[in-house]
Write a protein that binds this ligand. Structure first.
Ligand SMILES: [Zn+2]
Ligand SMILES: [Zn+2]
Length: 190
């Protein structure tokens, strides 16, 4: 261990850096956690100013600012948008490895409580969705007009009615009916 010649830019812990590293404009940090804290602090402070700590019974920290269509909170920093749960995760647990997602234990997408956040892959997120029944197929899809019952009815009625008649009755386009009857959509309905 060499004698420290500089200080961590976040926590002031004495650390050693090679002379060429000291000449560069890049600040030195004692750890990855300190680095991410230093970068996240200004945006994290704004994040903390806009949280509702009390309304959730599960201890969720609910973001009161803008919320995306996907349900995740959005915060702006240096003209870029960031997801609030990711900012919170990075502040508390360090940088998110490339390609990893931050998932919620509590299923509240605009919750930023670090205790409710954990790392996972995209596949984990999908598995989690399926397990908790919030996938976007079937009538959970935001654009769905039909229900599972409608699909069964359409399949039964298709013996006696044309696709255009069915489309008119259920208020959808006839290509939608065609796709249902050919088994291209709503495949999960038996
Ligand atoms: Zn440090
Ligand atoms: Zn939560």
């Amino acid at each position: 261990m060499k004698t420290p010649n500089t200080k961590c830019a976040y926590c002031d812990t004495p650390i050693y850096r090679y002379p060429y590293q000291l000449r560069s404009q890049v600040r030195a940090y004692c750890s990855r956690a300190c680095m991410s804290r230093h970068y996240c602090t200004p945006v994290y402070v704004r994040l903390l100013q806009n949280i509702d700590y009390v309304s959730s019974p599960d201890g969720c920290w609910l973001w009161k600012g803008p919320i995306l269509k996907t349900g995740y909170g959005r915060i702006c920093s240096k003209r870029k948008n960031f997801s609030t749960h990711r900012v919170s995760y990075e502040y508390h647990h360090g940088i998110i490895p490339f390609g990893m997602n931050v998932l919620h234990k509590c299923d509240v997408r605009h919750c930023v409580n670090p205790k409710h956040l954990f790392l996972g892959t995209h596949q984990d997120n999908m598995d989690d969705c399926v397990a908790k029944g919030r996938t976007t197929h079937g009538r959970n899809h935001p654009n769905a007009r039909l229900t599972e019952g409608d699909i069964r009815a359409i399949r039964e009625l298709s013996a006696s009615m044309s696709q255009k008649q069915l489309a008119a009755q259920f208020g959808v386009h006839f290509t939608t009916v065609g796709q249902i009857l050919r088994g291209q959509t709503w495949t999960h309905v038996k």
